[in-house]
Design a protein around this ligand. Structure first.
Ligand SMILES: [Zn+2]
Ligand SMILES: [Zn+2]
Length: 319
């Protein structure tokens, strides 16, 4: 397989990620001020000149060293989960910054939602909610073998280099209602603020017909929410017109699809193969595997190799 990847990193139009700005805007609009996670004091309250964010997760703030120390035994677990969230956020941003990968994901979403046969854009009456599973899988076959056939290192410390793999949840997507009143809007909370931002951006740029879809990327026990516009080229790809794709992706589709019609799994397999081919990590989608990734590879590997069932309810994943 050719190795000359067509990699561009661009700020991609129509992608909105739930980040600190959203939290700040939401807090501002909802009149909820940042406050100490332990005692609840706000900036300007007696003796509080400034609130300092936790250096581990950046998501919570404290008024003093004392409050931080007091809450640490409770905050520790949350902090770790939120740090994992930042790890994912970085991978997702790198994934989204590549227009080719984004196009494959958008096209897979069109197929997942069954929108490929829509004749004309219709006003959205609800917001589809798609769950995308992320895993770091081993780069080498030898590491994969080792994970499936041998014991995992108990402490999870052994470094196993891997690359990102994405898959869309098999279950029927959820649909979030579009708020009609400020009260309904408040009830839907920060997620809705993200939707509004995406909708406003699309409309202001003359893309009123592009549907907005929530995409939640899940890894282990963390997840990261984004709202993306589904663009006309994604509909075209979902209908089987690949002319907007790079020659490499056009070549990968028949390679991956074989004799079968192109579906969600094929499009994601093409994206995953594209990531796998990135030997110099120009996409920045390589990492050492976490314990959660190692467990996933072992469980799914054993399921395939020995017909073992994965632990109930842990994974529901299509690709
Ligand atoms: Zn405090
Ligand atoms: Zn923290």
């Amino acid at each position: 397989m050719a190795n000359n990847l067509d990699i561009e990193h661009l700020p991609v139009e129509g992608v909105h990620i739930l980040n600190d700005d959203n939290y700040r805007d939401y807090r501002h609009n909802a009149h909820v001020a940042l406050q100490c996670e332990n005692c609840g004091k706000k900036k300007g309250d007696d003796g509080v000149a400034e609130l300092k964010r936790c250096a581990g997760c950046y998501k919570v703030a404290f008024c003093s060293r004392e409050c931080q120390k007091t809450l640490w035994p409770t905050h520790k677990a949350d902090c770790k989960t939120m740090q994992e969230g930042r790890f994912i956020a970085e991978l997702v941003q790198n994934f989204y910054s590549n227009p080719l990968l984004l196009r494959m994901l958008r096209a897979a979403i069109v197929l997942r939602l069954g929108l490929q046969n829509s004749a004309a854009p219709v006003p959205q009456t609800s917001i589809p909610f798609i769950v995308v599973h992320l895993h770091i899988v081993p780069l080498s076959e030898a590491d994969k073998e080792k994970l499936v056939h041998k014991q995992l290192d108990a402490a999870g410390k052994e470094r196993i280099p891997g690359y990102l793999e994405v898959g869309i949840n098999n279950e029927t997507p959820d649909y979030i209602p579009i708020a009609r009143t400020p009260a309904e809007e408040r009830q839907l909370g920060l997620n809705y603020a993200l939707y509004k931002q995406a909708r406003r951006h699309a409309d202001e740029h003359g893309r009123e017909g592009n549907p907005i879809v929530f995409v939640a990327f899940g890894h282990g026990s963390s997840s990261m929410l984004s709202a993306i516009e589904i663009t006309p080229d994604a509909f075209e790809i979902a209908r089987g017109n690949y002319s907007s794709l790079s020659p490499l992706l056009q070549q990968l589709i028949p390679d991956v699809a074989g004799a079968n019609p192109v579906g969600v799994r094929t499009l994601l397999a093409v994206a995953n193969t594209f990531i796998q081919l990135d030997l110099n990590d120009e996409l920045r989608l390589r990492r050492d595997m976490t314990q959660a990734d190692k467990t996933f590879v072992r469980d799914t590997g054993r399921m395939v190799a020995f017909g073992e069932k994965p632990p109930a309810g842990r994974y529901s994943r299509s690709a």
